[in-house]
Design a protein around this ligand. Sequence first.
Ligand SMILES: [Zn+2]
Length: 300
Amino acid sequence: MKLHKITENVLYIEDTTNIGIIKINESNDVLIVDSGSDNSKGRRIIKILKDNGYKIKYIINTHMHADHIGGNHFIQKHIPEVRIFALREELSMLEAPLYLPYFIYSGAYPLKDLRNKFLLAKPSKVTNIIEKEDTSIFIEENRIDLISLDGHTEFQKGILYENILFCGDALISEELLEKHKIPVNVNIKNAKETLLNLEETNFNFYLPSHGSLLNNIKYLAKLNYKRIVEIEEKILGFLDSEKTTEKIVSYLLYSYGLNITNATLYYLYNTTIMGFLSYLRDEKKIEPIIKNNSIFWKLK
Ligand SMILES: [Zn+2]
């Protein structure tokens, strides 16, 4: 973990999930954007900020994934007066985080292998509710803008302050795109729209949660967009004859040279690819047929 200054009032902690820091007042109280994956991240965030003269007073999470909300619990336990902002629609994901592995596991009680720190955060109590139509929040006279970044999750939002955008997982770095091949998105239509919108923006800085600080987002947004289109084309190309969902998942993983060794990764990819199938169905390019007690997909 390393603390970097972007401007006098905006900093970030570089880590596996980057943490945004916004200075709220002259007493060096700060709002943090995301909190890492677990207690140990929470502890280290408090420490690194304390060592540099800052104190956490507010938390906002870009979205409800465990590696973004997992530090909330520890921070709230040790700084009980901390205010946690969350969108009304995401409130239960922070307070009852078991919903996330439930989501990933088709809504059934999740496999033990999915109840881990990558998917299951410790709960935290939301103190300030953000309504879906809110485009900004005010914290001690500071206006913090909220930019919709739907797609990676249903309600993901970017946090914009002093022309610096903390953009969550709307896109991932070129290195991670090379490593993971298929970026996690639950709603492909919205993910594409978000990337096109990001490409049109001209903020001074952008910080993806997994990647380095950028002063131009266009190249990376284009790259992430191109990968989504490539995956669509691969699926359509594979459906020269009808295939089951499982066949499509394993075909895509093979075709990108991926070798999945744990259930967490499998179900994350599975969720994203299911997202592609419903998107392509909405686009009237494929349709499901149910036969032999299985769902098959075919070109329309
Ligand atoms: Zn995420």
